[in-house]
Write a new protein. Structure first.
Ligand SMILES: Cc1cc2nc3c(=O)[nH]c(=O)nc-3n(C[C@H](O)[C@H](O)[C@H](O)COP(=O)(O)OP(=O)(O)OC[C@H]3O[C@@H](n4cnc5c(N)ncnc54)[C@H](O)[C@@H]3O)c2cc1C
Length: 496
């Protein structure tokens, strides 16, 4: 008989883990509370329009390839991947914007145009970023975060200063133009923290941005979920939706099953890809590893206010990915990290995938997603959401020089309360626990419970961190840890 693994949740990390574990010969079942799989990567469709409700940026294509290659497949076996050109646009004022192209040489020219001599500095910066990418993504991020020793390698010892200098300082040391600084500081926002609080070692995100480029899976991010589901089921994983897990059963300090919609499902291993804080609420008190004050003291990645908007016409002066940096970033960031509150004038991001992918909107129309990063846990009401919609759509019209309000066919908002209801997200965070120095690697919540045997965790609150590529990596890391425990006997007939 195969050993049985039950997985809570069906986000990227759970799906990735399920594939590895099924390929290793375990009997794997996924229990998802919602009526569709994919976790935060869900889709909203209406009247011929489609919106990726969660992730929209496909960065680090090599990490996705690594995942598919582990099963002797390629992403192209499942979906078509296009490199976006331009990658994205950043709008600073009605008259000032920067378009980031798909090749590094074109990006150097843009930098020279705004700040003569800056391309030389950018070149040196990207050399270091590329080196860090090789060290981090090919090696360090695949380590389980069990101990500091994992991070001590000849390379990290040589680069130890980069863990104590911030990305902000490194960028501002050489580059002086405020627009170029914003563009170089933007990628680390994906890690969920301020550039002034993120170690410069994380400049590998700049290599991901300029060096590897921005990609788009035709049909949208949900195609990646479809691919993983197809791979998982072909490997024998059973996936059940509308299955709310309300308890993890512990016997003799060992996880022995879960309660799903009131029924007991027995298991040899319980693995949770649901938010870590929520998973611990499924345990009786003595089995929780982290207190409420522990979670409260942590720096969470932002939550978001999102609007999914259907426009009755094509829009101008925007790209597939467009960032609106016409506001003071530091003021906005202070409301997220220092003094949790609604920002007066937030920066925002908008995505119009129907510009490059006809599957997102009917002909002659545009599908737009607008995102404002916010502090998790602040008040969320319909009237607040509406006020912010009015603000950003007004700025959007002014900055892009077009009227769009009268062309809105419908819109849907999504914010903190939805993240809590839909995903059991701590304080409604959108993408997990930030990757600041004190919350990196072995300092993150552990992948294996310290109190309950046979209980494991995966996803954006444990190692390596927030984002789709890290979630794929997290699924691999946890499967390796589980395999270590079982010492992989060919048919898993014996539990060690
Ligand atoms: C708006 C937004 C934009 C983003 N943009 C990007 C981007 O552009 N690029 C990028 O790389 N990343 C982006 N991210 C981050 C990325 O989406 C996440 O890091 C990743 O999807 C997290 O996957 P996960 O497996 O950790 O968790 P999740 O996707 O949260 O999956 C957890 C699952 O567990 C389920 N669950 C919870 N409780 C229970 C229970 N009791 N019983 C059963 N099931 C349960 C939930 O319903 C959910 O399906 C974005 C996230 C958001 C929200």
């Amino acid at each position: 008989m195969k050993n049985k693994i039950t997985i809570i949740g069906s986000g990227f990390s759970s799906l990735a883990a399920s594939c590895y574990l099924a390929a290793d010969g375990f009997d794997v079942s996924i229990y998802e509370k919602n009526n569709s799989v994919g976790g935060r990567a869900s889709v909203f469709s209406k009247d011929g329009f489609k919106f990726d409700m969660g992730p929209t940026w496909y960065w680090m294509p090599d990490v996705f390839e690594h995942f598919f290659n582990d099963f002797n497949t390629r992403s192209s076996d499942f979906y078509q991947l296009d490199k976006l050109n331009p990658a994205y646009k950043v709008i600073f004022t009605k008259h000032d914007s920067i378009i980031i192209s798909d090749t590094i040489d074109k990006i150097y020219s843009i930098f020279e145009k705004f700040e003569p001599g800056s391309s030389k500095h950018l070149h040196a910066f990207l050399e270091s970023a590329k080196y860090n990418y090789e060290v981090a993504i090919k090696d360090l991020v695949y380590r389980p975060g069990n101990s500091i020793v994992e991070l001590i390698t000849p390379t990290t010892i040589r680069r130890v200063d980069q863990f104590f200098q911030t990305i902000s300082k490194q960028v501002r040391n050489k580059i002086k133009h405020p627009y170029l600084i914003s563009i170089l500081e933007f990628p680390v926002l994906f890690l969920g923290a301020k550039p002034s609080n993120t170690p410069s070692f994380y400049n590998f995100m700049n290599y991901a941005d300029f060096g590897l480029g921005t990609w788009h899976p035709k049909g949208g991010m949900y195609e990646v979920i479809n691919a993983m589901v197809s791979l998982a089921t072909s490997l024998g994983v059973k996936i059940y939706t509308n299955q709310n897990v309300s308890k993890i059963i512990v016997e003799n300090k060992k996880a022995s099953g879960i309660i799903v919609n009131g029924d007991l499902i027995e298991a040899d291993i319980v693995l949770s890809g649901a938010d870590y804080h929520h998973t611990e609420t499924l345990l009786e008190r003595p089995y929780k590893q982290y207190s409420e004050s522990y979670w409260n003291s942590k720096t969470f990645a932002p939550s978001s206010l999102l609007f999914y908007v259907a426009f009755d016409k094509k829009l101008h002066n925007v790209n597939h990915h467009t960032l609106f940096f016409d506001a003071d970033f530091n003021e906005h960031a202070a409301t997220i990290y220092d003094n949790p509150s609604w920002p007066k004038k937030p920066l925002f991001y908008a995505s119009f995938p129907s510009i490059t992918d006809a599957s997102f909107a009917p002909k002659g129309k545009e599908a737009g997603t607008f995102l404002i990063p916010l502090a998790p846990g602040i008040e969320d009401t319909t009237s607040i959401r509406e006020r912010y919609f009015e603000q950003i759509i007004g700025r959007f019209e002014a900055l892009t020089g077009q009227e769009v309000k009268d062309s809105i066919l419908f819109k849907r908002s999504y914010c903190i309360n939805d993240f809590i209801n839909d995903y059991n997200s701590y304080k409604g965070n959108a993408y997990g626990l930030a990757n600041i120095l004190t919350q990196t690697a072995f300092l993150r919540p552990k992948i294996k419970s310290k109190k309950v045997d046979n209980l494991y965790f995966t996803g954006q609150l444990t190692v390596p961190g927030p984002g789709v590529p890290p979630s794929l990596i997290s699924g691999k890391i946890v499967s390796l840890e589980i395999n270590k425990k079982f010492k992989i006997l060919k048919n898993h007939e014996t539990i060690v």
